[in-house]
Design a protein around this ligand. Structure first.
Ligand code: NAI
Length: 260
């Protein structure tokens, strides 16, 4: 199956590190013109992005997805330079741990500002350009937490549920321009956001025991799905939440099948 992204103009938000950095590099490796938006880029390239980095350049733009002016300026500049925008990946997101009793109002708001407000502002700005072209793809990072939350994840889980609903509304509102909008739910990808890889073995085992595949997800697992979603092969797929969690949402105690 041909997943041809050559000459597509792609924006990936939150792409200075973690999953976003790999998504950006993988799209670039597929021949897309990729611009990475992030609040801050590290002085040395992110280790997650290194493997794919050298051969396939990714342009870096400082953009705060919670700031309407920053978003509008950065998006319009990409569209001006490349003659439009074909694909937007709203990957930027933050975690905000704390029970409802512990969370400060500011923490709750910040979490929603980035995770939901960022998707809203970026989609609003990019959709204008996509409408003009009569095509486009918007792909939004949700999480399995949108479906099955954890204790202490009120702000994060509620914000990711909001991303799913926002994606569905956008899918309908942008359908008349042949713009598809989908959300995806990764499972557990060890990154700086969660520190899974640095946890004691017992804690790692407890988490892995909740996955049918019983192994950590890699950023490439996520990127593989997104490359498909951005391709012409996914042209009839819209308004969906794609589960890429390695079976996190499949059964109650998958560890039994692993003899545990
Ligand atoms: P990360 O924390 O490693 O990277 C997030 C990136 O977003 C950082 O580069 C950060 O600077 C950027 N960012 C944060 N606020 C921003 C803002 N206001 N404007 C622009 N950029 C901003 O996170 P990770 O783990 O790579 O996650 C990426 C996405 O995937 C997030 O939306 C996360 O919620 C989602 N996800 C991650 C999972 C995991 O296991 N790592 C599981 C499920 C969902």
């Amino acid at each position: 199956m041909e997943l041809d992204l050559r000459n597509k103009t792609v924006i990936v938000t939150g792409a200075a590190r973690g999953i976003g950095a790999v998504i950006a590099q993988r799209f670039a490796a597929e021949g897309a013109r990729v611009t990475a938006f992030d609040l801050a880029f590290p002085e040395v390239p992110s280790p997650e992005g290194d493997e794919h980095a050298s051969a396939h350049p990714v342009e870096q733009v400082v953009c705060n997805v919670t700031d309407p002016d920053s978003v509008r300026t950065a998006v319009d500049e990409v569209a001006r330079r490349h003659g439009g925008i074909d694909v937007l990946v709203n990957n930027a997101g933050i975690n905000m741990l704390g029970t409802v009793a512990e969370l400060e109002w500011e923490q709750w708001r910040t979490c929603f500002d980035v995770n939901v407000g960022g998707v809203f502002l970026m989609s609003q700005a990019v959709a204008e350009h996509m409408k003009r072209a009569g095509s486009g793809r918007i792909i939004n990072a949700a999480s399995f937490a949108a479906i099955v939350p954890s204790v202490g994840s009120a702000a994060y889980a509620a914000s990711k549920s909001a991303v799913v609903q926002l994606s569905r509304v956008l899918a309908s509102e942008l359908g008349p321009w042949d713009i598809t909008v989908n959300a995806y739910a990764p499972g557990m990808v060890p990154t700086a956001m969660n520190g899974f890889a640095e946890m004691p073995t017992e804690a790692q085992d407890r988490l892995l025991d909740t996955l049918s595949l019983r192994r950590w997800e890699s950023p490439d697992d996520v990127a593989n799905l997104l490359i498909f979603l951005a391709s012409d092969q996914a042209s009839y797929l819209t308004g969906a939440l794609l589960d890429i969690s390695g079976g996190k949402l499949a059964t109650q105690i998958p560890a039994v099948a692993h003899g545990r």
